[in-house]
Design a protein around this ligand. Sequence first.
Ligand code: C2E
Ligand code: MG
Ligand code: MG
Length: 792
Amino acid sequence: MTASYSALDLAGRINTTKGIRRMSWLILGATSMGLGIWSMHFVGMLAMSLPIPISYDMEYVVLSVILAIFVSSIALLTVTRRTLGIKELVASGVLMAAGISGMHYVGMAAMLIGINYDHLLVLLSIGIAATASALALWLLFYFRKDQSRHAVWYKLGSALIMGAGIAGMHYTGMYAAHFHLGDNMSYRSGLEIEPNKLGYMITIATLFLLGMTVFGVFITKRLSQKDSVIQEHAGWYRSLYHNNADGIISVDTNGLIMSVNPAVTRIIGVPAEGYIHQHVSAFQINVTEELRALTQERYHQSFNMETSSYDTTIVHPDGTKVELNIVNIPVEIEGNVIGNHIIARDVTEEKLAKGQIEHLAYHDELTGLPNRRMLNELLTKAMTDNEFSAIQFAVIALDIDRFKMINDSLGHTYGDIFLQAVSDRIQACVAGVDAVVSRLGGDEFIIICRSSMDDTVYAALAERIVEAMRQPFSLKDNDFYISTSIGIALFPQDSQDPVELLKQADAAMYQVKKNGKNGYQFYTSDLDVELLGRIELEADLRKAVKRNELVVFYQPQVSTMDNRMVGVEALVRWNHPTRGVLMPGTFIPLAEETGLIYEIGNWVMYEACRQMRAWHDAGGPLIPVSVNLSTQQFHHTDLLEQVERVLSETGLAAQYLELEITESMMMDATVSTTILLALNKLGIRISLDDFGTGYSSLSYLKIFPIHKLKIDRSFITDISSNENDKAIVATIIAMAQHLKLDVVAEGIETKDQLDILMENDCREIQGYYFSKPLSAEEVERAFFVPLRGSAV
Ligand code: C2E
Ligand code: MG
Ligand code: MG
C-alpha cells in the first residue's frame, strides 16, 4: 500500500513534466511500485509456513519482479493519460490484473515445491485483481489534478484499494494453492535461491521502496511549495483578470473567444458570456457602423506578435456611444503565441475631457467664440489657402465705444451678459457670409471675412453690424445705447503678415473713434504713424495702473492777499517705462476713449485724498485738494459710492475734497443737478473747471450747486495785451462774487497777469508764476513745511 501511495504520488509529478524527465519519473515510480507489490507478495509467501524448507527458482523470481514493475508501469501510464475512456480503463484494468496475477503465479511457480490449484479460486483472485486495479486507477485518474488537502485522501483511498486488491488477490491465490512435494521440487534452472537470500532481496527491495517514499515525500514537499507559489500567482492573475475595470477578451489563435471578464459586459452593454466559443468578429456588431471595417482591419493588423493598440467606438443597445481603446496582447507560452488578450478600455470620459480642454484652449469661455489662439491659426491658414485659391479676405476689428463704462457701471455679471448679447448680434450679422467671429478679450472682436468679390461685401457687413449695435440693449431694466467702431484691413492688399493685418485693422478702427465713433473705415496707408503709436500707448496704459506707473503731482493755489497756499490741484502724470514722463494731454483723451479713465480717475482721487490726509496728519496746513473728474466718472452710477469709499478709506474729511467738473459734463441740467446735490450732501465742494470755454448758458450757474469757478487759462494768457480778455475776466469775477461763488484764475505766469487779476479783485490764483505742479515731496518741502506751525 505504501508502495502504491508513494508511486501514485510520484505519478502526480509525471503529469507536470515532459520528455526525459517524465520518463524518469515513470521508471522510478513503476520500479518502486513494482518492488512494493513484489515484496508484499514474497513476504506473504515467506510468511506461509510450510512443513519443509523451500527454495526458489531465480529465473522465476526475476520474472515476477519484472511483471510487478510492468504492472506498475501500466497503472502509472493509465493515470497520467490526458483522457481516460471506459475502454481504456477496462483495458488497463485487465492488463494490470493480468500482470498482477502473472506476477503472483510466476512467483508461486518459483517455489520449488509442487502446487495444485483450485481453479475457481484462481479465477476469483484474478477477478479481485482486475476490479481493484480498475477502481484504483479510476479513482486516481479523476482526482490526480485535485490540489486540495483532500487529495491525500484520494491518493490514500486509491492506494488502499490497490493494496487491498493485490493483497486480496494474493491471499485468494494462496488459498487456491495446495502444496505437495513433487516435481516442482526438482531443480529446474541453473539458479536456485534459498529463502533467506530471498529475504535479503526483499529487504533490499523494501529499503529501495522506503528510499523512494522518503524521496517522494521530499519531492512532494518541494513541489507543493512550488505549487503554492504557482497557485498564489495564479490567484493574483485571476483577480487581475476578473476584477479588471478594463474588459478582457481572451481568444485563441483562430480568434475563438475562450473567456471574457465581467467588465466586458459593462463595456459593451450586453451580457458578454454569450460570446464565449464564438469567433471574436461577433463583437463587431457592437462597433459603430462607420468604424466596423476600419476596426476589423486594425484588429487583424494587431496580430503581429507584438502588443498594439487602436481606438474604436461602440454603441450600446440604448444608443449610448462608448469610446474604446483596444490593446492586443499576445499570449506567449515557451515562445509560441497560443492566443491573444484583447483589452478594451472605456476612454469616453477621457476623450470628452480632452475635447473640452481643447475647446477651452481655442475658444473664449464667455461667448464660445474662437479666441486669439484660434484666430491666429485661422489667419495663418487663410493666408496659406490663399496661395492656391487667390481669395482675398478682410480682417475686421470691432470695438464697442464706451464699453468699459458700461461694464463698470453695470457690474461684471451684467457686463458679461452684455458681451454675450453683443456676440449674438455680431453672429447674426455675419450669417450668410463666409466669416468667422472671434473675441480677443474685453470688447475686442475680430472677424475674418472671405470673399472673392469686392470690398463692398465687407463694407455692407460693417454697416450691418454698426446698425445692429445701435439698437438698445435691455439690461437691468434699462435700455443701453452703444455705438461701435469698426476698422477693416485687407489681405493681400494691405499686408501679408497676420500681425500687421491685425494692427492695420485696429488703426482703421481707432481712426473711426477719433472721427467721432460709430462707423467703419478701411485701412489706408496714410493712417498716421501717430495713430499706430496710440495703439501701442493704449496697450501700455491698460497696464499702467497695475504697474504703479501713474503719479500725482500737486499745483498750489495761492491767495493773492497774503501769498499763502490755500489749496492744491491734483494732476496726474505717467512715468512711461520707455517714453519718460507723459503729461495728461497725451493720455487722458485716450483713457477717456477706452474707458480706462474710470479706473485711472478713481485711483487719482484715492491717491490725492490719501496724500492730503497724510499732510494733515503731519501738521497741515488744513487745506483742500481738488481732483479733476472726467465725464465718465461724473456720470457713473457708482460715483457717490466711490467718493464715499475713498473718503472713508483714506480718512480725509469731506470738506477737504474738491471735485473739478467742466461745463461740457452738464448738458442735461436735471441729471447734473441731482448728482451735484448728492455730492454736496456728502460735504464735498465743487469747482467749475475751464470756465468760459464751454457753451452752457450762464443762467445755469445760479441753479447748479457749485462753489467755485476756475477761469480758464486761455483768458489769462493774453490778459495784459487783450482788452476783451481783460473785460471777460473782470465780468466773470464780478458775476461770481454776485452769485457768492469763489473764483480761481488759472495759468498765471507773469507779474503783469497777477497784477491785473488783483486789480479785479481776484483772490485766488493758480499758475507757474507761483509754482508748477510738483511731486508730493517737492510740494511738501516747498509749501507745506514752511506753513506748518503758522497754519490755520
Ligand atoms: P486742468 O484741470 O485745467 O489743469 C490745469 C492745467 O494747466 C495743468 O496741466 C497745469 O499744469 C496747467 N497749468 C497750470 N498753471 C499753468 C501756467 O501758468 N502755464 C501753463 N502753460 N500751464 C499751466 P496738466 O497738468 O497738463 O493737465 C492738463 C489737463 O489734464 C488738466 O487741466 C485736466 O483737465 C486734465 N487732468 C489732469 N489730471 C487729471 C486727472 O487726474 N483726471 C482727469 N480727468 N483729468 C486730469
Ligand atoms: Mg483742473
Ligand atoms: Mg483748468
